[in-house]
Design a protein around this ligand. Sequence first.
Ligand SMILES: [Zn+2]
Length: 181
Amino acid sequence: VALSIGHSPQDGGSVSADRKWSEFSFWKANIGRVKDELERLGYKAVVCNRSEVGGITPTYAARACNATGADLAVEFHFNEADTGIGGTETWCWYNSEGGKRAAKLIQAAMCDVLKLPDRGLKFVRYKTDKAYMYFKKTNMPALLLEPSFASSHVTDCDRLEERIEPLCVAIARAIDEFFKG
Ligand SMILES: [Zn+2]
């Protein structure tokens, strides 16, 4: 399983509402919990990042995942909006059956832990959609997690930080369910 930290040390991504984290620094600090639980369940998990293969765009995120040879790629983010909305969503490629199935399992697992509004699956299809090149270029089923609007919503930020341990375990167990299904 490729566990891809969103953004890069160079750009960081959005900043949390409490100003403590960038998307990159938050997941860099926590993604090991997902890896540990996956390995406990018998999987090989590789943490990767686009910057390791020379770029900061979603195309490089796809390259970093492809280089691992994994059977599933998961990219970790948190969300931002200027409309005050909050909640959990998961993005996948519009016509990848595996990607959709994994996204559905992980979305349910994240909602179960975070108990924020369930904004459901979001499908990437057009060039203007989020992380289009990441989904277009990954060789394996891929998804992108947005567990909460931690950048723009205070409740979402607190919830993500408070429940990060059970969240990581739940994501790993959903991945296990995906491979067993
Ligand atoms: Zn992001």
